[in-house]
Design a protein around this ligand. Structure first.
Ligand code: SF4
Ligand code: SF4
Length: 290
């Protein structure tokens, strides 16, 4: 089992966790109640109703402290997650945890099998040399994917806004409300457009979480990155396997720190295939020192 296997397993586990969050009532902004639910309870400032009539210094201080602890601090912590991740691990979270990244990789694989290249618009020099599959089989799988995965995902993700018990009742009685329809159609359109036409362009230029990790990973002298062993360059057979597996279009043998690298480790796996696990020229390292 190599990095590729562990990364796929991580992506699957993250997807399952995301789908389970609403089911276990861990997080939901309930649009009907207009309340934020965390672990089944409404998230409030927790102030007694008479607090606002208490004009004393003690009363005002209690309100201010509660407000900072329950409204400002949680948002601050949430907003610092991606800069901290980027500072320490570069875009590792994009390569290993992002469900959209996993979706783009899957649709790129189907495209490769169908038309022999990753990009639907043009052939690129780093397209993997993969054997095209049976067009009927992969055409069928692609259509099956598009008509099932986005609507099902839409049903699960709507659980972040409508109680899953309500959703289940609507689905099982085939009485879909306007809210659930909106969720299903919105997610389906979004997933179809991004996974067919946009893919990793979204990761490179649009995703706010990705861009924060990029910026802080780039500025950080300590962040995790893929390192090519230049001292042993002579071992390289120039098979270009490391370039062809890179869905972020990075040239991993170049010494510069490329801000688009998501530390997925696929270039390590490709080089292991060519040179064996002991001679592989790539490794993960923290910091800028060679
Ligand atoms: S350079 Fe390697 S680790 Fe970075 S994105 Fe490309 S394949 Fe993944
Ligand atoms: S996969 Fe390894 S051997 Fe092949 S080109 Fe890349 S570094 Fe060289």
């Amino acid at each position: 089992m190599n990095i590729h296997f562990y990364r796929r397993m991580t992506q699957v586990v993250v997807l399952i966790i995301i789908f389970l969050i609403p089911i276990f009532d861990i997080l939901r902004y309930d649009v009907a109640a207009k309340e934020l639910y965390i672990f089944g309870s409404v998230w409030t400032l927790g102030l007694p109703t008479d607090t606002f009539t208490d004009m004393s210094k003690h009363g005002s201080a209690a309100v201010a402290i509660r407000f900072v602890l329950k409204a400002v601090l949680p948002w601050f912590l949430i907003l610092t997650v991606f800069p901290i991740l980027g500072f320490l691990f570069g875009r590792f979270a994009c390569g290993w945890f992002c469900p959209e990244g996993a979706l783009f990789e899957l649709t790129e694989f189907l495209t490769l099998k169908l038309i022999g290249r990753r990009n639907i618009y043009m052939k690129k020099s780093n397209d993997p040399a993969i054997k095209r599959g049976n067009p009927f089989l992969y055409g069928f799988l692609s259509i099956l994917f598009l008509i099932t995965v986005p609507p099902i995902t839409g049903i699960f993700l709507t659980g972040f806004f409508i109680a899953p018990a309500v959703i289940w009742r609507e689905v099982s009685h085939l009485q879909i409300s306007a809210g659930l329809y909106t969720g299903i159609i919105g997610v389906t359109i979004y997933m179809c457009i991004t996974s067919i036409f946009v893919r990793h362009i979204f990761c490179r230029y649009v995703c706010a979480a990705g861009l924060m990790q990029t910026l802080f990973g780039w500025l950080s002298p300590y962040s995790l990155r893929i390192r090519f062993d230049r001292k042993n360059f002579a071992r390289c057979t120039n098979c270009k396997g490391c370039e062809k597996v890179c869905f972020m279009d990075v040239l991993p043998r170049l010494p510069r720190k490329d801000i688009n690298c998501v530390n997925c480790g696929e270039c390590i796996v490709a080089c292991e295939k060519e040179l064996g696990t002991d001679n592989n020229l790539f490794s993960f390292k923290f910091g800028n020192k060679e």
